[in-house]
Design a protein around this ligand. Structure first.
Ligand SMILES: [Fe+2]
Length: 318
């Protein structure tokens, strides 16, 4: 039994021109360009579809405005599909198109399962030298001009019934990696893998919605290079760069014209059956060990609003 990860996401958004510019700046490849729908691909074939709700058939929205409408998960083989067909057939919104089947999750998001359509890609991240491990010898570390996201690594939703959502995904084989008891559940789609593929968050208002979609990049330097490029293109940072204490990942969040926030991330914890889920009290210091509010200016390479002068930091300002 194996759910392998996210194969495709679909946004419903009406400003396709802004979305086209944004996702090209973000580093995706435009595979299909239509007047009602855009289809982008990440490096491993993971797809991002953006469709105009007025012109395309999309599952219902769980909030107003541009937002995510569907998440397609890839599974290993036909046995997985058969198992999920059985589990989901009684769920609301059940659909079975043979190669792709699914339902509506308890939060109102359309989820689908299909045989994994992503490719194995051979990519090399930048090696690090630490006190105990010298992994980069006679080689300068990479500086990225922009990011080329590998795949959609996780999605994050505001939910109105955390217990029901967590139980639903657990019944499909998802495992909880860490929790904010009563407030949030970080879930991975298999015992072995990255810290979370799905994060469910219930705020006191208990409103449903998209919080963010996160794209995996090779290493921390690609988070910086990608974020600087997206900033130079004029897209606004929400928060970042920074680092999450939970999952240990480096992040940079932007606002996304297709809905919610969007994130570059790298270096998340890799977990196995041996991992014990932890419990945390939510708060700003649990969200970020450190973070830059408003981002870094892509030209000056300084925090937004700080004017860089001189060629060296040690030069005295006149
Ligand atoms: Fe994230």
């Amino acid at each position: 039994m194996a759910i392998l990860g996210i194969d495709q996401i679909s946004y419903g958004a009406s400003d396709l021109d802004a979305c086209r510019r944004f996702f090209l700046d973000w580093g995706l490849t435009l595979a299909q360009d239509g007047s009602a729908e855009l289809l982008f691909e990440c490096q491993n074939g993971c797809q991002v579809r953006v469709a105009d709700p007025a012109q395309s058939a999309l599952p219902p929205a769980f909030e107003d405005g541009p937002t995510l409408r569907e998440v397609v998960w890839g599974v290993q083989d036909e046995t997985d599909l058969a198992r999920l067909r059985k589990l989901l057939s009684a769920q609301s919104g059940f659909v079975d198109e043979g190669a792709r089947l699914g339902c509506t999750d308890p939060n109102g998001m359309a989820i689908r399962f299909q045989l994994n359509a992503k490719r194995e890609v051979k990519l090399v991240g930048t090696r690090s030298n630490t006190w105990d491990r010298k992994d980069r010898i006679d080689q300068a570390a990479t500086i990225y001009e922009r990011a080329e996201p590998i795949e959609v690594g996780h999605v994050v939703f505001f939910v109105n019934d955390l217990a029901a959502c967590e139980a639903f995904y657990a019944s499909l084989g998802f495992v909880t990696s860490d929790r904010y008891p009563g407030r949030g559940a970080f879930m991975r789609c298999a015992e072995r893998g990255g810290h979370h593929d799905l994060f469910l968050l219930q705020t006191p208002q208990a409103q449903r919605g998209l919080n963010h979609v996160a794209f995996t990049v090779r290493d921390i330097h690609e988070v910086f290079g990608g974020g600087l490029h997206v900033s130079r293109c004029g897209w606004p940072t929400q928060l970042g760069p920074g680092r999450h204490p939970i999952s240990s990942a480096y992040f940079w969040y932007f606002r996304c014209p297709a809905g919610g926030l969007i994130e570059y991330y790298a270096d998340e914890d890799q977990l196995t059956e041996a991992w014990k889920a932890r419990a945390f009290e939510p708060g700003p210091t649990m969200f970020a060990e450190w973070a830059i509010d408003g981002g870094i200016d892509g030209h000056s390479r300084r925090q937004k609003g700080v004017v860089a002068e001189g060629k060296f930091l040690t030069e005295k300002r006149s």
